[in-house]
Design a binder for this molecule. Structure first.
Ligand code: GLP
Length: 277
């Protein structure tokens, strides 16, 4: 796994956005896998700014979100559908028909999940999948114990996830108990996974996911099996990585050896003196 330690949240967000720009420059009809949570908000702000500056065009893009709470209609302020509209879709030119967020109100979960998987396939598969990480090391809503081969399905949330997400609701009792989520196996089929993490609260799950054993107890650790995952973590989230000096060393040398293309994205994340070292 490629691990990039960004100096701070803003740099992490710029670098992730730069990778999306690079993809869309090469493939204007790319398929983006999108995540919710507080972590990717900065990346979405960057993408909106780049769109407004006419540096990126979403007219031919298709999107698939990772997950949605069961029981929340699309216009519920805490639904992931609402989150995506507020933070990204309302501000860019992605066509409405190209947006896919799992339904929080379907009554036929199994059939809906099969349909979602088929839609991803029909779109040609996901090119870049953005991912955050939960406090217990989950990706999307693949809670500990999820099969590492799992597909899109209905999932019961753990108490820790309910508590972690209670900050977005008036009371913990309002946090839904179930979600529809892409499976770990679904996520692993994306061509490039970008795992984002920021803040000291993520230091332990980040270390477990990147350097611990591959285990269903930390579903993000399944990314170690993926041929192309980039973890972009800020300093605080990197604090418990044993090999963090090595990751910095690798990134510096890549920046020096891979020429202008790499430097363009690297520059988005690193302060100038870092690149010059
Ligand atoms: C939820 C989402 C995940 C997200 C996680 C962390 O569980 N389903 O996709 O990664 O929250 O959220 P945050 O980025 O707010 O820490």
């Amino acid at each position: 796994m490629e691990v990039i330690i960004a100096p701070d949240y803003a740099s992490m967000s710029r670098l992730a956005a730069a990778m999306v720009v690079d993809l869309l420059n090469a493939k204007p009809n790319a398929v983006l896998g999108l995540a919710t949570g507080s972590t990717p908000i900065g990346t979405y702000q960057e993408l909106v700014a780049l769109y407004r500056a006419r540096k990126i065009d979403f007219a031919r893009v298709t999107t698939f979100n990772l997950d949605e709470y069961v029981g929340l209609p699309v216009d519920h302020p805490q639904s992931y559908s609402h989150f995506m509209r507020t933070n990204l879709f309302n501000h860019i030119n992605v066509p409405e028909r190209a947006i896919h967020v799992p339904s929080g109100t379907t009554t036929n979960h199994a059939a809906f999940c099969d349909w979602y998987e088929e839609e991803i396939k029909a779109a040609g598969g996901i090119d870049i999948q953005l991912l955050g990480i939960g406090g217990d090391g989950h990706i999307a809503f693949n809670e500990p114990g999820s099969s590492l081969g799992s597909r899109t399905r209905l999932k019961t949330l753990t108490q820790q996830t309910i508590d972690d997400n209670a900050r977005f609701f008036d009371t913990a009792a309002e946090v839904p108990r179930f979600a529809i989520t892409m499976g770990v196996g679904t996520i692993l089929e994306a061509r490039h996974c970008i795992l984002l993490a920021s803040g000291e609260g993520k230091a332990l799950p980040v270390a477990q996911a990147i350097e611990g054993p591959v285990t269903s107890m930390v579903t993000a650790s399944a990314l170690q099996l993926h041929p192309r995952t980039t973890a972009i973590v800020d300093e605080a989230a990197a604090a418990r990585l044993k090999l963090r000096e090595y990751y910095r060393w690798v990134h510096r040398h890549k920046a020096q050896s891979q020429g202008p293309h790499f430097l363009r994205t690297a520059e988005a994340s690193l302060p100038r003196d870092h690149l010059a070292e």
